[in-house]
Design a protein around this ligand. Structure first.
Ligand SMILES: [Ca+2]
Ligand SMILES: [Ca+2]
Length: 107
């Protein structure tokens, strides 16, 4: 990686983590750059288990998949994935605000 792309802040690191996490799962089967249903399910369970507890059943995964797959090709590309992360981050922010724990660790 060129030096200029090395993250120098938490936010830049967070962006790189999003990219790395996506590719960790998208490269497992089929198209290397998109998530199949199976890959999406694995990502949701392994990486978002706390925030998406209800997605542990197949129906919920199907629903997330159908909601995310904006171009209906049966795969979730990075753009579609980032929309999920945006929506989840908004929900997370709302939760922090409601519970008055902004700025401190809620983990
Ligand atoms: Ca794939
Ligand atoms: Ca798609």
């Amino acid at each position: 990686m060129p030096d200029t792309m090395c993250p120098s802040s938490n936010l830049e690191s967070a962006m790189q983590m999003l990219i790395k996490t996506f590719h960790k799962y998208s490269g497992k089967e089929g198209d290397k750059y998109t998530l199949s249903r199976g890959e999406l399910k694995e990502l949701l369970l392994e990486e978002l288990g706390t925030y998406l507890g209800s997605s542990k059943d197949n129906e919920a995964v199907e629903k997330v998949m159908n909601d995310l797959d904006a171009n209906n090709d049966g795969e979730v590309d990075f753009t579609e994935f980032i929309i999920l992360m945006g929506a989840l981050t908004v929900a997370c922010n709302d939760f922090f605000l409601e519970n008055g724990c902004l700025g401190i660790s809620c983990t």
